[in-house]
Design a protein around this ligand. Structure first.
Ligand SMILES: [Mg+2]
Length: 406
């Protein structure tokens, strides 16, 4: 009972607030996690609900909007049309590729801050990965023939415009229950992706790229720490080559800048602000907001994500904390505290999909958060995307009714 009551209480608060801004991850939140990203599905009712929130809603994802693997293709499939989403402006508005690719509802895309040379290098990354992929897979799974390797390569190497990715799900199925094999896949491909970064440096792109590992165990010396597979947790499933500065917390600054510009006519960080202009640390980001944003212009921000990790270090009292949604959720939480606004942090449990993850139903927040974690969730959707979507649709309908009448 208490569980349902808190969901309704926060929903009600959001319906009647003056200005709200929902910043929401996509995969695992409104789309259930699947092993093959090409089979992802999105409920059409959700798409209309997101649209009805208008300027109060943005997505913030590390996937991409455009291309054969993009979320836009899922929307077209869901609405059974490749013309309607553009005509009725039903594409999801917001940032993709971890903060690089911005899209309006009509599907118009911009990516300020990325150089031509970087784009060119990104476009050849899949072809650089391919021969290395064959070598690694042959050494870990010597029984595979070339035809099988080709099949897995097509599933594992994602040719995306801003974030070429290697995904392990298809290879993990070969290892089945053997988590040592899964670990070997993770370690070998991380090393391989490092080699690609060296190749970029040799081409004169010294400070251009970094590896984004999902899920990860936080950062050490400016590198994300891979989460190796264990018996009960599959660990990291993706490594993306990203443009430096493409992190979700910088995305929050970009979206906040846009939101306030629409509301007040003035962009607090300047109208050309992009992810490359964002300061690096959370502290500097907070300071930038405090310096540039008037308290009255700050909305109540709702951050929604599903990828947050916390792992107790063996034999120590400390924890390794990470996950690709952690930094942006933490940023939103601290920002609320500093501005005296009760921002809301929402966690959606994506473990019910096809990808093994820690489950809040089985073991509460173990593997996700811990008692010493500064990040606190205001709401947890234990039943995953399905439960979140129905709560979200109700929120969007009631919110738009309230705005029409107020
Ligand atoms: Mg996600």
């Amino acid at each position: 009972m208490e569980y349902i009551a808190s969901h309704l209480k926060i929903q009600k608060q959001l319906i009647f607030s003056k200005d709200i801004l929902v910043i929401q991850d996509i995969d695992g939140v409104c789309i259930p996690l699947v092993k093959d990203p090409m089979t992802r599905k999105l409920e059409s009712k959700y798409i209309y609900a997101a649209k009805s929130l208008a300027e109060e809603f943005f997505v913030l994802t590390c996937g991409e909007h455009e291309g054969p693997r993009g979320v836009n293709r899922i929307i077209e499939r869901s609405l059974r049309s490749s013309i309607e989403p553009k005509k009725k402006e039903l594409y999801l508005r917001g940032l993709a590729a971890c903060g690089v690719e911005y899209q309006e509802n009509n599907g118009e895309i911009s990516f300020e801050g990325v150089s031509e040379k970087e784009l060119n290098f990104l476009s050849i990354v899949p072809s650089l990965i391919r021969p290395k992929f064959d070598l690694i897979v042959k050494s870990i799974f010597p029984d595979l023939n070339q035809e099988d390797i080709n099949f897995h390569a097509a599933k594992s190497i994602c040719q995306t415009r801003f974030s070429p990715t290697i995904n392990f799900n298809s290879l993990f199925e070969l290892g089945e229950k053997d988590f040592n094999k899964r670990k070997l896949v993770q370690i070998s491909f991380e090393k391989m992706m490092d080699e690609i970064i060296y190749e970029a440096e040799n081409e004169g792109l010294k400070n251009s790229f970094f590896l984004h590992i999902s899920p990860n165990l936080g950062n050490e010396n400016d590198r994300e720490i891979i989460k190796l597979s264990s018996k009960s947790d599959i660990g990291s499933t993706d490594i993306q080559l990203l443009i430096k500065g493409a992190v979700k917390d910088s995305g929050v600054l970009f979206l906040l800048n846009k939101f306030i510009e629409i509301k007040t006519g003035k962009a607090p960080f300047g109208s050309n602000f992009n992810f490359r202009d964002a300061p690096k640390s959370l502290r500097e980001k907070i300071d930038l907001c405090k310096k540039s944003i008037q308290i009255g212009d700050m909305p109540l921000i709702v951050g929604v994500g599903d990828t947050v990790t916390s792992k107790k270090n063996n034999g120590e009292k400390s924890y390794s904390r990470g996950g690709s949604d952690r930094s942006f959720l933490e940023f939103i939480q601290i920002l609320g505290n500093e501005f005296g606004i009760n921002n809301k942090i929402i966690f959606v449990d994506s473990s019910s999909g096809e990808v093994e993850r820690p489950s809040t139903k089985k073991s509460d927040l173990m593997g996700i958060s811990d008692v010493y974690d500064n990040l606190k969730f205001d709401l947890v959707f234990k039943d995953g995307p399905k439960e979140y979507i129905s709560w979200f649709i109700e929120l969007a309908n009631k919110r738009s009714n309230f705005k029409k009448t107020s």
